[in-house]
Write a protein that binds this ligand. Sequence first.
Ligand SMILES: C[S@@+](CC[C@H](N)C(=O)[O-])C[C@H]1O[C@@H](n2cnc3c(N)ncnc32)[C@H](O)[C@@H]1O
Length: 167
Amino acid sequence: MALRPVLEAKRLTLQSQLDSTKTLAERNKLGQFPTPTLLATEMLEYARALLPPTARIRFLDPAFGTGSFYSALLKCFAARRIAAAVGYEIDPHYAQATIDLWRGQALDLRLMDFTHATAPASNADKFNLLICNPPYVRHHHLTQVAKAHLLQAVQRATGLKLNGLTG
Ligand SMILES: C[S@@+](CC[C@H](N)C(=O)[O-])C[C@H]1O[C@@H](n2cnc3c(N)ncnc32)[C@H](O)[C@@H]1O
C-alpha cells in the first residue's frame, strides 16, 4: 500500500485521540474542529483545477491541526510539483503529535501563533496556495493583548478599524 493513505488513516486516528482528551468547551476556545477528509480533498482538487498545470506549489496552512489539507495536498499533487509546504499550529497538544506523524515528509510545521508570523520578504518565498479552515475564535476567548495586536494588524493591512467585540 502507498504511504499517503496509511498516513491519512493514522492522522484520522490521531485526530480522534487528540480531540477526545479535550472537552468541546476547550476545543471551542481555539476553534479546534477538523475538516472531514472528503471536503479537504474536494478543496485541493478544486485548487488543482484553478492552478496552471505545471505550476510548482508553495502551500501554506496557517491553522494546521493534524494536517487534513496537507494530506489532501499530497493526494492531489505529484510530489515533484510541491516546492514547499508550511504550517502553523498554536497548540502543542496537536502540534507535537502532528510533527511526529508527518516526520519524513517535506513539511515545515511551526509551533506558533500564525498572527505573529512575518510574511516572506521575497517573491520566491511567497505562497501560491493558502488553504485554511480558520479558527473562528470568539472575542471573549481572546486576551486584551491579543485583541489589541489583532485590531492593529487588521488596521495596518486593510485600513479598517474594527470593533473590539469582533471575533
Ligand atoms: C478549525 S481547526 C482546522 C485544523 C485543520 N487545518 C483542519 O482543517 O482539520 C483550526 C486549528 O488552528 C489552530 N489555531 C488556533 N489559533 C491559532 C493561531 N493563532 N495560530 C496557529 N494555529 C491556531 C487550532 O489549534 C486548530 O488546530
